[in-house]
Ligand binder design. Structure first.
Ligand code: GDP
Length: 420
């Protein structure tokens, strides 16, 4: 399975449009339901004297795991198609999506956008599409879901398709590249098999569309960048930072540096899926151990890189941001929390350097007094605590951020230049 190219897949869309159901359906139909879920079900089924394996059971169980708060950040759900091995970055709730999208754990390559046929484009559909674009999702597959609810109406499907296409154009997604599939996650229509309920549709099933995605270019040539999600102490090993390799490779024997904590040492062991491995590549979720590094020396939000080209730490940085939803206006001096990879740091917008036309990227106004929802701007930012961040043009994986305030994402952006 792991011989195939790997893709991180986000499942996005408005609440209740069927994201979780679709994830369950994908795992179920590809035979990828986690072993422990199947085991548990077998036992329960035997006790009750029932056989079979029901989709509904999978759903209950996935929901339960989520409620128990099992470390979703690293407990990924996985399935494969002929071409690819997918890790689902499941985004059950709106806030989780925003958080997951901007933490290294869940940087997705591509996304399935679930839009309920009976509801059409809803506020979070818009926001997620917008964020996907800003945060570097390459391609979208749109599942026009709950087709069973609208009696598998072709007209309804076409209407939703038009509505979503308009939205994609607005945010500059190449809508010609987007693949639309009429689905019912609940009934299983057009997920792995062509449905008889949609005789008017002759496009790919959802799994075929996933299989047809372009392979993401593995950024192995770049230097190592590995944002730290958590730091554990494991008996017999010692301090074990965990995180996802964003770029480059992590090898046993490498000399690494953690920034901004500014400590480093030699990599002693690298572990993946509970097994020791000699090296880890982009997309791999790893735990590793570095000689001489204790639990209090490093923290979530640090980025690990090679000692001879350590991750940058920004004194200030310039960025292009887009304001999504702010109740009033943003002026110089505003200090919300920036979420970049696994870090959350309060940063001051020191100056608003220019207002930018969001669709052309041209300067619309120099040094505006304020910006508001819908505006794009070039700003200069000063982190209030050390923050490791990189220009998006150099290391895209480390150059995106979201700005959160008052419990919501007010803006998202990309780093242009870092002044160390
Ligand atoms: P999420 O909030 O986007 O993750 O949505 P859920 O997957 O939790 O689904 C919300 C509700 O819609 C649940 O009651 C699902 O059973 C139902 N649902 C999801 N997909 C479909 C579908 O294709 N058809 C029908 N009829 N119901 C669906």
């Amino acid at each position: 399975m792991s011989d195939k190219p790997h893709q991180n897949l986000a499942v996005i869309g408005h609440v209740d449009h069927g994201k979780s159901t679709m994830v369950g359906r994908l795992l179920f139909e590809t035979g990828s339901v986690p072993e422990h879920v199947i085991e548990q079900h077998r036992e329960e089924a035997e006790e009750k004297g029932k056989g079979g394996f029901e989709f509904a059971y999978v759903m209950d169980n996935l929901a339960e795991e989520r409620e128990r708060g099992v470390t979703i950040d690293i407990a990924h759900q996985e399935f494969d198609t002929d071409e690819y091995y997918f890790t689902i970055v499941d985004c059950p709730g709106h806030r989780d999506f925003v958080k997951n999208m901007i933490t290294g754990a869940s940087q997705a390559d591509n996304a399935v956008l679930v839009v309920a046929a009976d509801d059409g484009v809803a506020p979070q559909t818009q926001e997620h599409v917008f964020l996907s674009k800003t945060l570097g999702i390459n391609e979208l597959i749109i599942a026009v879901n709950k087709m069973d609810v609208v009696d598998y109406s072709e007209d309804k499907y076409e209407a939703v398709k038009d509505e979503v296409s308009k939205l994609l154009k607005q945010v500059n997604f190449k809508s010609d590249d987007a693949t639309f599939v009429p689905t019912s996650a609940f009934e299983g229509d057009n997920v792995s098999e062509q449905s008889d309920n949609t005789p008017w549709y002759d496009g790919p099933t959802l799994l075929e569309a996933l299989n047809d995605l372009e392979a993401p270019e593995p950024p192995t040539d770049a230097d190592l960048r590995l944002p730290i999600q958590d730091v554990y102490t494991i008996s017999g090993i010692g301090t074990v930072p965990v995180g996802r390799v964003e770029t480059g490779t992590l090898n046993v024997g490498d000399n690494v540096s953690f920034q901004p904590s500014d400590v480093g040492g030699e990599v002693k062991t690298v572990e993946m899926h509970h097994e020791e491995v000699p090296k880890a590549e982009p997309g791999d979720n790893v735990g590793f151990n570095v000689r001489g590094i204790g639990k209090d020396d490093i923290r979530r939000g640090d980025v690990c890189g090679p000692a001879d080209n350590p991750p940058k730490v920004a004194d200030t940085f310039t960025a292009r941001i887009v304001v999504m939803q702010h109740p009033s206006v943003i002026t110089a001096g505003y200090t919300p929390v920036f979420h970049a990879h696994t870090a959350q740091v309060a940063c001051t917008i020191e100056s608003i350097d220019a207002k930018i036309n969001p669709s052309t990227g041209e300067v619309a106004e120099e040094n505006p007094d304020f910006i508001k929802s819908g505006d794009a701007a070039k700003v200069t930012v000063r982190p209030q605590k050390p923050l490791s961040i990189e220009p998006a043009g150099e290391i895209p994986e480390l150059g995106s951020f979201a700005i959160r305030d008052m419990g919501q994402t007010v803006a998202a952006g990309q780093v242009l230049e870092v002044n160390e």
